[in-house]
Design a binder for this molecule. Structure first.
Ligand SMILES: [Zn+2]
Length: 177
């Protein structure tokens, strides 16, 4: 009887300790998660609009590419052979996406860059449409589809960001001006 009681007391002590441990780690963990998400939202102010709102802002061609993941026809885009010095912004939300310094002539018919302007510019997602394994590139602020990234680009990164002209808005000095 005594023995059982001692075991019972030990069990009580252990469970008390254990619950204390949970109590201590619980809020700490929650704090960590909160801080993390706050940092995330500070990095870029997400822009979320309804499909109807995007349709009002974008041209039908922009809407097809940026919100429906379409692709403009090669060699038809405004910025394919464009050589202005400045920065390329997102046509949907004005986020700075690429610098003209990173633009190169890929010969593919789409404006191509070897790196994004900053960490806030883009994010990537696996794209397995049509059974082709490609990496989709999206605007970090408004989630617009921009194009794809391939690993056959020039130095220093070896990357080729293949971007639709319609999803870009150039700001800077156009050549000849
Ligand atoms: Zn955007």
């Amino acid at each position: 009887m005594n023995l059982t009681r001692r075991f019972f007391l030990k069990y009580l002590m252990l469970s008390a300790l254990f619950s204390k441990f949970i109590y201590k780690t619980g809020p700490a963990l929650a704090d960590g998660i909160n801080t993390g998400s706050q940092e995330g939202s500070d990095m870029t102010d997400k822009i979320i609009k309804t499909e109807a709102e995007w349709k009002k802002i974008l041209t039908s061609e922009q809407y097809d590419v940026m919100r429906k993941k379409g692709t403009e026809r090669a060699f038809t885009g405004e910025y394919d052979g464009f050589k202005g010095e400045g920065r390329y912004h997102c046509a949907g939300c004005d986020n700075v996406l690429f610098d003209s310094n990173a633009k190169f002539d890929s010969g593919t018919g789409w404006p191509s860059f070897y790196e994004p302007a900053s960490e806030k510019s883009l994010y990537e997602e696996e794209d397995n449409v049509f059974f082709m394994k490609r990496t989709e590139v999206l605007c970090r602020r408004c989630d617009a589809h921009l194009g794809h990234v391939f690993d056959d680009g020039p130095p220093p990164t070896g990357l080729r960001y293949c971007i639709n002209s319609v999803s870009l808005k150039f700001k800077g000095d156009a050549p000849g001006k």
